[in-house]
Design a binder for this molecule. Structure first.
Ligand code: HEC
Ligand code: HEC
Length: 332
């Protein structure tokens, strides 16, 4: 029916008989050109719009069937179709490039001490998924989808700023974790310095770099902060935390794996109590009056306050606990 009514009409015929009887003559009144426009172009324009609308409805229905009918394969043993993979990969590259465009690498990334720190952190936190020169990824890395690529040539594909951005923020929906809340900034950059060396590093050279560092650990962010002297975990004169940073920290410390928290994306999970209306709460876990300092103490070390609680110590730093407290305190 659509096709049939698209056939060229007699130019003198009214374009929309019975629908807009006089409007098209008004438009076409002045010249023959205008009349031709009004009689032939207008229906085409409307039909194009109608066709687009119908196609959009069909596409939406198809999407609903795929999503709610469970048709899209989610197993890690069935990779994305190649075109889907290519589009996602392209989108990921463009997204990283856009967000990392202003990041400048600090000087000294190829200092021997920095490279050693980078090597230690790489061995501890990256090899299990990405492997290293002459080293296979372990069971986790081999079973993931998308497969974490070898980082041996990553420095050829990405600028130092982009490597830093990816390592710091992670890649959503790939399994690439964010390290911002786990490692100090200097260690993130040390990793970048090490990644830049990797393309030229033989398996033998890699083993030689790591051999003398056998007993060294990559320090956690909490250890670095403690070493640099954090404020004590009790008292009332904390500087005010940053609620927006706190919202990010709440998902980066896996709080939403047990709690429903308004404004933080997560599932309908009730291992711990939901934290809505936190500012009006009188008690924390039935143990402590709900003050800012007590909340920070609970978030950092719940097991010290109640050794039998199911809430684990999650290694929350003082600063992150302050930020989370600021966010929770804003929930009325
Ligand atoms: C739990 C597994 C896992 C760990 C641990 C991990 N990554 Fe990844 N990483 C991934 C996955 C998955 C991707 C995405 C692969 C893809 O989409 O091509 C990725 C992608 C990357 C990329 C982009 C690579 C590219 O060219 O596609 C970089 C760079 C990277 N990771 C660096 C690191 C660094 C540095 C560490 C250690 C601090 C690390 N990753 C730890 C899983 C992991
Ligand atoms: C493994 C699950 C788990 C994780 C992860 C977890 N919690 Fe909890 N949380 C609990 C449980 C269970 C309780 C109840 C504890 C009790 O009453 O002894 C609780 C209690 C609390 C309370 C007190 C609630 C109330 O009603 O008094 C707060 C606040 C809280 N958690 C915040 C957090 C934050 C913030 C994080 C992330 C840093 C977090 N939780 C991570 C399980 C968890």
């Amino acid at each position: 029916m659509l096709v049939a009514s698209c056939r060229p009409r007699d130019l003198h015929q009214e374009p929309f008989p019975g629908i807009v009887p006089r409007a098209s003559y008004l438009l076409a009144g002045a010249t023959g050109t205008a009349r031709a426009f009004a009689t032939s172009a207008q229906p085409m324009w409307k039909h194009a719009l109608l066709t687009t609308a119908i196609l959009a409805v069909i596409a939406t229905l198809a999407g609903v069937v795929v999503v709610y009918g469970g048709l899209y394969g989610m197993s890690s043993t069935s990779p994305h179709l190649q075109p889907v993979f290519t589009v996602l990969e392209k989108a990921m590259h463009a997204s990283v490039q856009l967000r990392a465009r202003d990041i400048q690498a600090p000087p000294g990334l190829d200092d021997p001490a920095t490279l050693q720190s980078g090597a230690v952190c790489f061995r501890q936190h990256c090899v299990q998924c990405h492997g290293g020169p002459g080293v296979a990824p372990d069971a986790i890395g081999k079973g993931m989808q998308p497969i974490p690529g070898s980082l041996v040539s990553a420095a050829r594909d990405w600028t130092p700023g982009e490597l830093y951005w990816i390592t710091r923020h992670g890649l959503k929906m790939t399994g690439m974790p964010a390290w911002e809340f786990r490692l100090a900034d200097q260690d993130l950059w040390a990793l970048v310095g090490f990644l830049q060396r990797l393309p030229l590093m033989s398996p033998a050279a890699y083993a030689t770099v790591l051999a003398p560092l056998r007993d060294r650990q990559c320090p956690s962010l909490e250890e670095v902060k403690t070493r640099n002297g954090s404020p004590p975990a009790s008292g009332t004169d904390y500087p005010k935390g940053d609620a927006e940073q706190g919202r990010i920290a709440l998902s980066q410390y896996a709080c939403t794996s047990c709690h429903v928290i308004p404004g933080v994306t997560g599932g309908d999970i009730h291992v711990g109590p939901p934290l809505n209306g936190w500012a009006r709460r009188q008690w924390i876990a039935g143990e402590l009056p709900n003050t800012r300092a007590n909340l920070i103490a609970w978030l950092r070390h719940p097991q010290r306050i109640d050794p039998l609680t199911a809430m684990p110590d999650l290694g929350v730093t003082q600063q992150h606990a302050e930020n989370m407290a600021a966010y929770l305190g804003s929930l009325n």
